[in-house]
Structures are given as C-alpha cells and as structure tokens.
Design a protein around this ligand. Structure first.
Ligand code: IPE
Ligand code: IPE
Ligand code: MG
Length: 224
C-alpha cells in the first residue's frame, strides 16, 4: 500500500458553480471555501503531512478587477477567521508564489506564516500568485549565481517548494484536464486525478475515494 504524504489540488470550477446556482461567479468562490474546510479536516484525519492548494495563478490577473478584488477580500476574511483554529490544530501555513499584494494582505500572510511556522500536524501550502514557469525561471537565475554543481538535488533548493516533498497525488476538479502552470517540476511522478465535479461540490467522500484508489496503485518510478 502506498504511503500518502502530500496532496496537491487545483481547486477549479468555482465560477461555473456560482453561475449555475446563484447567477454569480463570486458566489461560487465563497461556496468553494466549504470544500477547503472539508478537505483540510479530511487531510488531518488521513494523517497527510502536506496539502498544496492552488488558489490564484500568475495568469489569474487577467480576470476582471471586480472578481480579483472579491477573491482577495475573501482570502483575507478566511485567514482572519481561521488562523487561530488552524494554529490550535497544529497546522502550518506556508504561501508559495510571489507576495506582491496590498501591503495589508502581504502583512497578514506573513503574520499567519510566522504564527504557525512551528506546527507539525499538517503543512498547508497555499499557492497564491503562483506560476510554475516563473518559479522555474527564478530558480534558474538564482542557481546560476550560486555557481553550484547543477543536479536535481541542488536545483530543487531554489524552488519555492524547497524542503517540501513532491506531491504523491494531484487532483484537479472542474472537469478540465490541464495543468494550468501548476507545479510542473514537482508533479513529475504524481498520480493525477481529474475530477468532473466543480470544486464547491467536491466533498470528503470524493476525497476519500481518491485516497483509497491512490493507496492501491502500483507506482513504478521507472522500475518494473
Ligand atoms: C477556480 O475556479 C478558482 C480560481 C481560479 C480563483 P474558477 O474561478 O476558475 O472557476 P471556473 O473554472 O471559471 O468555473
Ligand atoms: C487554475 O484554474 C488556477 C486555480 C485553480 C487557482 P484556472 O481556471 O485559472 O485555469 P485555466 O485558465 O482554465 O486553465
Ligand atoms: Mg477555472
């Protein structure tokens, strides 16, 4: 049986859910938070050590300003509301991506990271303003200056996911089969699950079904 250490999720389908149920994309973003709560809870129950959630990509800045503002406002409320409870559950929050938001949000993110940095139960990597190509380019630039020997191990130290093992599972909800510039290096050997359900409809039963399936997969890593 495979050991499950790290799950990464592309939480897609909020906009479509919102339009379908409430005639508003933003309502879908709000509804998606319930799934976030449920998946964090189930991750702890399943003793998963790393949960990486794609919340905002470097490409998502192309969206209408109103939607972007709504998303970051929601994030702020979510963090203020939950950070103490997460901390009490021994959960660590880490942001991957470039923190170039309002100074208020940047400060809040750093505060949440600092408050929870010693926690050990589960590490949540929240991917915010994250893009894999930009992460790789920045890593190459820094690596070049280091004059170190180029190998996988040395290079990985320059990624934002330094010290985080690669995901065992990648889940994308929302009935779309693409990676959208997420963790391209890190998912080289992840088991990928494309889910039809939109993110706000994705629940603990769906999650546990994937976990169960993962445990029984024969992972070869090139071997036989
Ligand atoms: C994913 O849901 C959440 C973010 C990108 C912030 P979408 O907003 O992409 O939802 P759809 O794909 O348009 O339904
Ligand atoms: C990927 O979803 C990003 C997040 C879930 C945060 P998108 O909805 O932005 O992806 P594309 O643009 O449809 O590929
Ligand atoms: Mg989408």
């Amino acid at each position: 049986m495979n050991h499950l250490n790290h799950v990464a999720i592309i939480m897609d389908g909020n906009g479509r859910w919102g339009l379908k149920h409430k005639n508003s994309r933003n309502a879908g973003h709000k509804a998606g938070l319930k799934s976030v709560d449920a998946i964090i809870r189930e991750s702890v129950k399943n003793k998963i050590k790393y949960l990486t959630l794609f919340a905002f990509s470097t490409e998502n800045w192309k969206r209408p300003k109103k939607e972007i503002n709504y998303l970051f406002n929601l994030l702020e409320i979510f963090l203020k509301d939950k950070i103490n409870a997460l901390n009490k559950q021994n959960i660590k929050l880490k942001i991957i991506g470039i923190k170039n938001f309002s100074s208020r949000l940047n400060k809040l993110l750093v505060k949440c990271e600092n408050k929870t940095k010693k926690n050990k139960q589960l590490q949540i990597n929240l991917a915010l303003n994250y893009g894999s190509k930009s992460e790789l380019l920045n890593a190459f630039k820094k690596f070049r200056k280091s004059k170190k020997k180029l190998n996988e191990e040395n290079f990985q130290n320059y990624l934002q996911t330094k010290d985080i093992p690669d995901p065992d599972i990648l889940i994308r909800t929302g009935n779309t089969q693409r990676l959208s510039n997420f963790l391209l290096w890190q998912i080289a050997y992840s088991e990928i699950f494309f889910e039809k359900k939109l993110w706000p409809d994705f629940n603990k039963k769906d999650y546990n079904r994937i976990i169960k399936k993962f445990k029984s997969i024969k992972r070869n890593f090139g071997n036989v």
